[in-house]
Every structure is written in structure tokens, then in C-alpha cells.
Design a protein around this ligand. Structure first.
Ligand code: NDP
Length: 315
């Protein structure tokens, strides 16, 4: 009889998994796709930049995975429905759907153009709603499936100057919790929320900025591979909520004393800015902007997990 160790068993499962990832053209989505491809998984890669997606797909195939590309704007419900349909036509089922596509914006609330605020919500929140609408009926037909929603620590901790972004991520965290409870009648359907701290990705190059100052990632900055690993762990052993880069005591504090962590966050926000001036711009909110920002990381020296200490989080 063939005996499998737990690890080997999990590896086989990943190699058999059909995984849809939105926002796979750069950053966390790309890093996750490559990690799954390395284990032989099958990927359906979605984002607006077709050419960047094709490049990721080629790298996935070189690593031993299968990959197809479907250009999708997640704010358009019909395109997200078409993404699910194409995935099903190609592979017959969907095991994992990762709602990851997102945009970032820094702006004082009163200075934020109304259409920019709305677009952040349309992408970061309604994009995920569109994803869940497209895939959950299929999960229920199949009797299994894992929906992974990428939120943020700003989905638990309020922050000044990131009002639209944090609001969208609070919405994602709440949405995930509600869906999770709604799906409890089917134990093989999971809804997981990933809450990363600052991660070294191109998101800060892509960001909309109405503050008048150049921005930089809010330290400490963590490696993109740490989030990719956490997502893969969730595929194998689903968990309700997983913080990445936030030390456990701070994560516990964020849950127990959200007011206190919010006040600390408010004091730290100045570290998000450089002294250089920067004209207002809408970044990649409304259109994707080649050529920059197609890689997994943002080109910074990100810190490993060990350096994400309590003291750094409150520095
Ligand atoms: P990136 O900017 O590198 O990636 C964002 C991805 O979303 C890109 O692939 C982009 O591709 C895609 N995207 C943006 N708008 C749309 C749209 N309308 N339709 C389809 N795809 C879209 O940033 P990250 O990898 O850092 O971000 C991934 C997720 O992680 C986001 O949800 C973000 O909020 C979250 N996160 C990131 C943190 C960080 O510090 N980096 C911290 C916490 C959470 P394209 O332009 O080709 O459409």
C-alpha cells in the first residue's frame, strides 16, 4: 500500500489544484502564482495588463505549472463572470479563487476626488464581491473550494491619509467573515482572509497620491515571499484569518484594543512620506500603467519574518 507523509500528501494536492488569481500581473499575485507553479499547480491568471500576465504565465510554465491568462478588469462584473466561465471551460472545476487585485491611495479625505475614492472601493471591495459572486455557486455545485481574500492590517486598524484604502479593506475583512459564516453548512468550502502588513511590492509605485509629497513604504517592510507562503499554507490548511508581517502580540492587540492600535498607526503615518514634493496623480486606479511595476517585489531590501518585531511595528 502506498503510504504518504502529510507533507507529500499536501504537495500532491497543490499539484492537482486549479487556482484563479486576480491581480497576478505583479506583486503578491505574481509571487503566489510562481510558488504554486513550482509545485505543479494549474493557474488562471487575471489582471488588466495582458502582456505582463503573459510573462508571468511563461515563467509559471517554465517552473512546471500550467497557466492561462485572461485579461480582466475586476470592477466589471461581466468580465469576472467570464473569467470564472473560462476557467471552468479550460479545467472543469475551480478549487481555489484568490481575490487579490487591489489599488492603493494616500490622500487626506477632504482632498480626495470623489471618483478616486469610489474607484478604490470598486476595485478593492466590489472586485472581491464580483469574484465571490462568480465562484461561490460553483464551489457549492462542486461541494468544495477555498476563497482567499487578501485584505490588509488596514482591514483591522484604521489609518489617517489612507481612508478609502482602509475602508475598502475593513469592508473586505467584514465581507469575508460574513461569507465564512454563511458557508458553514458545507464544511469543504472555506473563506480565508490574509492580512499583510507592509510588503515590498510595486504597489507604492502604482499608488494614487493626493498628499503633495513623495511616498515610500511604511516600515518595517516585509518580503513578498512571506505572503505567498501564507497563501499557499491557507490553500493546504485553510485558516479564517492570517496576519503576515504583524507580530502576534500586535495582531492580538489589534483584535482586542483596536482604538489603541489605530492611535499608534496615526502617529507612525509620517514615516510613509519622503520630504520631496510630488504632484497629485491617480496612479493605476483607472488604467494600468506600463512599463513600471511588473515584478513581484518593489525592489527594496525587505525584511524577513524575524525582523518584524513588536518594537519595529511601533517604531
Ligand atoms: P501590486 O500593485 O503589485 O499588484 C496589484 C495587482 O492588482 C496588479 O496585478 C494589478 O494589475 C491588479 N489590479 C489593479 N486594479 C485592477 C483592476 N481594476 N482589475 C484587475 N486587476 C487589477 O500590489 P500588491 O501585490 O502589493 O497588492 C496585492 C494585494 O495585496 C492588494 O489587494 C493589496 O491591497 C494587498 N496588500 C498589499 C500590501 C503591500 O504592502 N504591498 C499590504 C497589505 C495588503 P493590472 O494593473 O495589470 O490590472
Amino acid at each position: 500500500m502506498k503510504v504518504l507523509t502529510k507533507e507529500r500528501d499536501m504537495e500532491l494536492k497543490l499539484s492537482e489544484a486549479i487556482v484563479v488569481i486576480t491581480g497576478a500581473s505583479s506583486g503578491i499575485g505574481q509571487a503566489t502564482a510562481l510558488r504554486i507553479a513550482k509545485r505543479g499547480g494549474t493557474l488562471v491568471l487575471a489582471a488588466r495588463r495582458q502582456e505582463a500576465l503573459e510573462k508571468v504565465a511563461r515563467r509559471c510554465r517554465d517552473l512546471g505549472g500550467k497557466a492561462i491568462v485572461i485579461q480582466t478588469d475586476v470592477t466589471r462584473e461581466e468580465e469576472v463572470q467570464a473569467l470564472a466561465e473560462r476557467a471552468l471551460q479550460s479545467f472543469g472545476r475551480i478549487d481555489v479563487w484568490i481575490n487579490n487585485a487591489g489599488v492603493y491611495m494616500l490622500s487626506r479625505f477632504e482632498n480626495t476626488p470623489a471618483d478616486a475614492f469610489r474607484r478604490v472601493m470598486e476595485t478593492n471591495f466590489f472586485g472581491y464581491v464580483n469574484g465571490a459572486r462568480a465562484v461561490l455557486p460553483q464551489f457549492r455545485r462542486q461541494g468544495h473550494g477555498t476563497l482567499i481574500n487578501i485584505s490588509s492590517v488596514l482591514g483591522k486598524i484604521g489609518s489617517p491619509l489612507a481612508t478609502a484604502y482602509a475602508s475598502s479593506k475593513f469592508a473586505v475583512t467584514g465581507f469575508s467573515e460574513c461569507l465564512r459564516n454563511e458557508q458553514r453548512d458545507m464544511p469543504e468550502i472555506h473563506v480565508c482572509t490574509i492580512l499583510p502588513a507592509t510588503i515590498d511590492t510595486p504597489i507604492f509605485q502604482h499608488a494614487a497620491n493626493y498628499t503633495g509629497r513623495e511616498i515610500q513604504p511604511l516600515p518595517p517592510v516585509h518580503r513578498v515571499v512571506d505572503v505567498a507562503k501564507a497563501i499557499v499554507r491557507c490553500i493546504q490548511e485553510p485558516e479564517d484569518e492570517v496576519f503576515v508581517g504583524l507580530p502576534k502580540p500586535v495582531a492580538a492587540l489589534a483584535r482586542m484594543a483596536p482604538g489603541l492600535t489605530s492611535r499608534v498607526m496615526a502617529r507612525r503615518i509620517r514615516k510613509h512620506f519622503k520630504n520631496a514634493p510630488r504632484p497629485s496623480n491617480s496612479g493605476n486606479l483607472f488604467q494600468s500603467k506600463p512599463p513600471y511595476g511588473r515584478s513581484e517585489d518593489g525592489g527594496r531590501k525587505a525584511k524577513g519574518r524575524r525582523t518584524g518585531r513588536l518594537v519595529a511595528a511601533f517604531a
